[in-house]
Design a protein around this ligand. Structure first.
Ligand SMILES: Nc1ncnc2c1ncn2[C@@H]1O[C@H](COP(=O)(O)OP(=O)(O)OP(=O)(O)O)[C@@H](O)[C@H]1O
Ligand SMILES: [Mg+2]
Length: 246
C-alpha cells in the first residue's frame, strides 16, 4: 500500500508578540522589543496516512487540529521535522477560503480550478458536476459576497471534491451545512474513500467521524494522544473529557 502523507517529528511553534500592560513611561523608556510568547501548535507529531484511508482528527479546542491540516497543506511551514505528501491535494480549511467575493459562483469554479492547475477544458468538463453537487441553482451566477455560510460551504466543498484530488483535507466546515447537505457531503466522502482516495478531516461531530472514518487521531496540546481504530479512539477521548468535566 502506498503512503499519501508522512509526518516525521513535526513541531510548529508560533511566535506571538506579547503586549504586556505597562505604564506609559515604562513603554517610552523601554528599549526592548515586546517579549515573544511561544505557542505550541504541534509538538513532535509523527504519523503515516496510507492511500485510501479516511482519517478523522479529533481533540478539544486549541489542540492543534487546524495547525496539522495547515502544515500538511503547506499553509504553515513547520518549525521542525518533515512533511511528505504524495498526490494532488485539495483543501477546504475555512469557509470561503480561496473564494473571491467579487466573482460569481461559476467564475469562482474557473478561478479555483485554474489555481489548482486544471486547464479550462478540464474545468468545463467538471463544471456541471460541481454545480449539480452544490445545489446552488440560480445562485451560482450571483456574486459570492452575497452567499450565506452554507452557500460558501456548498461552493467550496463541491469544488474541492469534484476536481478529483488524490487527497482531500477538510477542517470542520461541514458543520455549517443544513442536515441534507451534511449527509450528502459525508456520503460523497465515503464514495471518495471507496474509490481509493485519501481523506483527512477535522470534526467535533463524533457520530459523523464514526460513520465516515476508519481511523481517528486524537490530538491534545499539539501531541498525538491516541491513533487507531475510530471507535476506540473516540471512546478514550470521551472518557477523559467527561472525567475532566466531572
Ligand atoms: N496563526 C496562529 N498564530 C498564533 N498561534 C496560533 C495560530 N494558529 C494556531 N495557534 C495556536 O496553536 C494552538 C493550536 O491551534 P489550532 O487552531 O490548531 O487548534 P484546533 O485544534 O484547530 O482548535 P479548534 O477546535 O478550536 O478549531 C493554539 O494554542 C493556538 O492558539
Ligand atoms: Mg481548528
Amino acid at each position: 500500500m502506498s503512503t499519501a502523507i508522512i509526518l516525521r517529528g513535526v513541531t510548529k511553534i508560533f511566535d506571538v508578540p506579547h503586549e504586556r500592560q505597562t505604564s506609559l513611561k515604562a513603554a517610552i523608556l523601554s528599549f526592548r522589543k515586546p517579549p515573544i510568547q511561544k505557542l505550541i501548535g504541534l509538538d513532535d507529531v509523527s504519523l503515516t496516512i496510507n492511500q485510501g484511508e479516511s482519517v478523522a482528527i479529533i481533540g478539544r479546542n486549541g489542540s492543534g487540529k487546524s495547525t496539522l491540516l495547515r502544515v500538511i497543506s503547506r499553509v504553515y511551514r513547520q518549525t521542525e521535522g518533515s512533511v511528505e505528501v504524495n498526490g494532488r491535494l485539495s483543501t477546504m480549511l475555512d469557509l470561503g477560503a480561496g473564494i473571491e467575493p467579487e466573482l460569481t459562483g461559476r467564475e469562482n469554479i474557473f478561478f479555483n480550478g485554474a489555481v489548482m492547475g486544471l486547464t479550462s477544458a478540464q474545468i468545463k468538463s467538471k463544471l456541471e458536476r460541481i454545480i449539480d453537487f452544490s445545489e446552488l441553482n440560480d445562485f451560482v451566477d450571483a456574486h459570492a459576497k452575497t452567499y450565506s455560510n452554507g452557500m460558501l460551504l456548498r461552493l467550496g466543498f463541491s469544488i474541492a471534491i469534484e476536481t478529483d484530488p488524490d487527497i482531500l483535507l477538510v477542517d470542520e466546515v461541514i458543520a455549517v451545512g443544513d442536515a441534507a447537505f451534511q449527509q450528502k457531503c459525508y456520503r460523497r466522502i465515503t464514495d471518495f474513500r471507496n474509490s481509493g482516495r485519501t481523506i483527512v478531516f477535522v470534526t467535533h461531530d463524533l457520530d459523523a467521524a464514526r460513520l465516515v472514518a476508519s481511523r481517528a487521531i486524537w490530538l491534545d496540546r499539539g501531541r498525538v494522544q491516541e491513533d487507531g481504530n475510530v471507535g476506540g479512539v473516540i471512546e478514550s477521548y470521551l472518557s477523559t473529557t467527561t472525567k475532566e468535566e466531572g
